[in-house]
Write a protein of this length. Structure first.
Length: 613
């Protein structure tokens, strides 16, 4: 046994004693016991993942980055296992209804982490994103996380700026540990294929030289600084330039060099399928289960995808035929993108276009929801180094100091036509991600962990369902915008086919690209970027359509049972107001809601008439 491994085992034993002490529980009633378990989990999340806490508006660890050393990964793994044992020992019979939901949900979350970690055998990889074997890809990594923090951190006093500088000073250690993890992954055979990674060195370039001091990580120090006088500002600006050029940039240069010299050469020739990683098919099966929150096999999901592609494709064909267009979807989309009427002349014009759509969407929300969140949202441009990435949403903070933001890719004006923007805005902002995330954060009756939880099938399923509400909101009136929505939907259906094709049926990259081009009408370059995403993050792309299909099925079930009493406003809040849930738990909760609606209908029908006066 090597001395380094022996040292980690000794450390684990010592930490085990510490965790055992912290996790010990006295005799108490079930509600108090559960509240204690939840408090431990919430404290653990805030302590262990400072970046996540900052984005949530929890500021006690704004001066730190997540510790991704081997010892920290082992510590987190041990904590999860111990807390899982504790919550499983808790008798649910003594719990109130929402407490039972919380117990089941936290048990599943902990079991999911433990299950994923077990697949890494004795390797120092955990089940949390920051602990994984692939902490860096073309989709993001420490560089994108730091930029998000620069945009989203609180800067209201000198201490906030000091915290940010302290966080930047930890970047070298953080990146060294990431390099160590990726090097261990190479040796263990846990390595992703090269194709999705080829863009990474270019993304890191702007962070690896002195140019970093004029980039987005310096943005908090531009202009006047809140709570800081001019002399203090000069000091902070000078120190920021120093830490960025003398600590952060050299650390990113080391990461870039490792990636080019060690990781990419090892990645070339690696099979695309996640089922061919060391854990075999069990690894992809686990990812599919986690991302879809269903028991469906990859084979079954592949078949569902084929059926959905055929169904949506037929609707697209009818729409094009009714407009007198006999060509393919891909040809129609290419022609519209090339049409000057559909193009924006500047980034500012595109941002203004999205903001106009947001105003139109906001005006319709009261017809769809009984209760709306208070948190506002905005539209913000993505950074230039993100030019090849898809648009996304950044959540607001629980302290109310930062709104949510739809991040628009205005770096590629040729990539989006006006006709595609309606569905995208509805997905990322309202009634999609922003509305769902903000509503959950504001339900004070829910425990903190439920208000901030992200479950991909639920969150992305809701956002895709939100796109389908566009017609009744007054969108998709033209053939072009309707095709924009249907193109978005068929792409999510095609993902079911392509993701499983790659990772279960050994499709090659070109086969996957061709399927998207032929069936979803994607431009070849965009299709290649999509396929690289599916290769990098196996299973994630399955969540959208599986979640949307479940929400639509639950709506139809509710309409069938409630008949004329069905109220879509109340149904939508029933979907949202328990916070994010696995799809089977969501179905259970909707059944409870339907039962209460039925009971209310019976009670109203049997009520005595109100006497006239």
């Amino acid at each position: 046994m090597k001395s380094g491994v022996r040292g980690l085992l000794v450390l684990a034993l010592l930490l085990g004693a510490a965790w055992e002490s912290e996790l010990a529980w006295p005799e108490q009633n079930a509600s108090a016991h559960l509240a204690g378990v939840i408090k431990k989990w919430e404290s653990f999340e805030r302590r262990e993942f400072p970046e996540q806490a900052t984005l949530r508006g929890q500021h006690e660890a704004d001066d730190r980055l997540t510790d991704v050393s081997d010892s920290a990964v082992l510590r987190r793994r041990q904590f999860v296992n111990a807390l899982l044992a504790e919550i499983r020992s808790l008798d649910r019979a003594g719990l109130m209804e929402q407490e039972q939901v919380s117990r089941e949900l936290l048990t599943r979350q902990l079991a999911q982490h433990a299950r994923l970690a077990s697949l890494y055998a004795n390797l120092p990889f955990g089940s949390f994103p920051s602990d994984g074997w692939l902490p860096l890809s073309s989709l993001g990594g420490p560089h994108t996380t730091l930029v998000t923090l620069a945009q989203a951190s609180r800067f209201a006093s000198r201490q906030d700026y000091e915290n940010y500088l302290a966080r930047l000073a930890q970047v070298p250690d953080h990146l060294r540990n990431l390099i160590k993890r990726m090097d261990s992954a190479i040796k263990a055979g846990w390595i992703g294929p090269a194709a999705p990674m080829e863009r990474v060195p270019g993304q890191l370039s702007g962070f690896a030289t002195a140019a970093i001091a004029s980039g987005p990580l310096m943005s908090p120090f531009s202009g006047a600084l809140r709570g800081v006088d001019e002399r203090g500002r000069e000091d902070l600006v000078a120190r920021a330039r120093q830490v960025l050029t003398q600590k952060v940039a050299p650390a990113f240069a080391d990461l870039k060099r490792f990636f080019e010299d060690r990781y990419l050469p090892a990645a070339r020739g690696v099979p695309l399928s996640a089922s061919r990683l060391p854990a075999g098919k069990a690894y992809y099966d686990t990812l599919v289960s986690i991302d879809t929150t269903t028991a469906e096999t990859p084979e079954k999901i592949h078949e569902i995808g084929l059926g959905e592609v055929a169904r949506i494709g037929a609707e697209i064909r009818r729409t094009l035929d009714s407009a007198g267009y006999s060509g393919k979807l891909s040809e129609f989309v290419a022609a519209k993108r090339a049409d000057p009427v559909q193009r924006f002349g500047s980034a500012e014009a595109m941002l203004a276009g999205y903001r106009d759509l947001a105003k139109r969407a906001d005006a319709e929300l009261s017809t769809l929801f009984a209760v709306l969140p208070r948190m506002p949202y905005g539209v913000r441009a993505m950074e230039p180094f993100e030019r090849d990435n898809a648009e996304y949403y950044v959540q607001g903070s629980a302290d109310g100091l930062r709104p949510g933001f739809f991040m628009a890719n205005v770096n590629r004006l040729d990539r989006r036509g006006r006709f595609e923007m309606e569905a995208l805005l509805l997905h990322e902002a309202v009634p999609g991600h922003h509305l769902q995330v903000a509503r959950a954060m504001e339900i004070e009756a829910l425990p903190e962990f439920r208000r901030h939880l992200w479950i991909t099938a639920y969150g992305e399923g809701w956002a895709l369902y939100a796109e389908s509400l566009g017609k009744q909101m007054g969108f998709y009136k033209e053939t072009e915008t309707k095709i924009g929505y249907l193109s978005s939907e068929i792409m999510r259906a095609a993902r079911l086919v392509v993701d499983t094709g790659l990772h279960r049926f050994d499709w090659n990259r070109q086969q996957a690209i061709d399927y998207l081009v032929e069936n979803a009408g994607l431009e070849a370059g965009f299709a290649a970027a999509e396929v690289d995403r599916y290769i990098s993050v196996p299973g994630q792309a399955l969540a959208y359509k599986m979640g949307e299909l479940k929400i639509k099925a639950l709506r139809e079930m509710a309409k069938a049972r409630l008949g004329s009493s069905f109220d879509q406003r109340r149904f939508h809040n029933a979907v949202l107001d328990d916070g994010p849930l696995p799809l089977d738990m969501l179905e259970q909760r909707i059944n409870v809601w339907i039962g209460r609606e039925e009971a209310g209908r019976v009670k109203r029908a049997g009520a005595a008439p109100i006497p006239r006066t």
